[in-house]
Write a protein that binds this ligand. Sequence first.
Ligand code: TXA
Ligand code: MG
Length: 344
Amino acid sequence: MKTLLLQNSSDDINKAADILKNGGLVGIPTETVYGLAADALNGKAVAKIFTAKGRPMDNPLIVHISEFSDIEKYNLVSELPKFAKKLADNFWPGPLTIIMKKSEIIPDEVSAGLDTVAIRFPSHTVARQIIRASGTPLAAPSANLSGSPSPTTAQHVINDLDGKIDAVVDGGACEVGLESTVITLATDVPRVLRPGGVTLEQLRDVLGEVELDDAVLNKLADGAEVASPGMKYKHYSPKANVVLLKCGDSEYINYVNNRKNENIVALCCDEDIPLLNVKTYSIGRRNDYASQANRLFDELRKIDNDGFSGTVYSRLPSVNGVGLAVYNRLIRAAGFEVIDLEKN
Ligand code: TXA
Ligand code: MG
């Protein structure tokens, strides 16, 4: 199949919408990462997403809407929890996905056999235009091959999926740079299953009590039941071996500089660059978590594109604010390999 590269003109947006209405697959920009979209109410179209990405069938998809009222218009949930409106008023459109009890209309391919559905109203203008023009909600996971970092440009989507999908719409680089925060309202107490651009602190300000799922920070025991199936897969992983160091700033510099004879690079902060004597990939300044979120996947992809296959040393990030999302992605990229230098 030839993959069309479309721009964000109204002609091209209509072309993308036609492909989607006819059961095709289109890579679309959102403010978080690029999504691989299909008509969420067409199970056959949704099934193609899994084939194109090589995604395990037991990993459910997010349904994207272009108005809060789409939830009722398309009858997506069996009941609208009271907190849904509160969250929508505060964080939609934006990088927040809300899980609710699903209605009969949601195909099994979307919910992967669960009795819930994940819904997101993205803020990216082009995403909203495509959803509206399609006249249907769009199921979309990140538009990468399963297991590789999420795409933040149209070129990343092409690199992974050229020839496997009908089209990609180029809407520029993504603003947030990593995937949405996922919160479930299907539990007694609302619970964050995946941290992202909307922070745990912000959610607690609005809802009061909000739990953080164990799988966000910790490796699950083999065979453990998991609230968000995506959390059990090794994710966001470059071909090189990523190792995280738990230590202070100067310990990190010393540790890395002392491994001169090994094939290593540093995934670090701007402040570290002049102090390190190995090749560096910086994700931004030490306290700028938004920049770190924005650049993490790009830098992981650069390490791959440079053909590097040794060890990448990074520091364990902060768990404050958007730092929690960076921590969650980086610890998965490292396959939970952490060297605790503070213990010695
Ligand atoms: O920012 C984003 O969320 C992007 C853009 C394209 O919107 N999408 C995205 O989708 O990251 P994906 O499929 O890569 O990640 C969705 C996550 C997975 O971890 C999945 O297991 C979880 O959400 N999820 C989806 N539906 C769920 C449900 N009903 N219950 C629990 N977890 C669910
Ligand atoms: Mg993904």
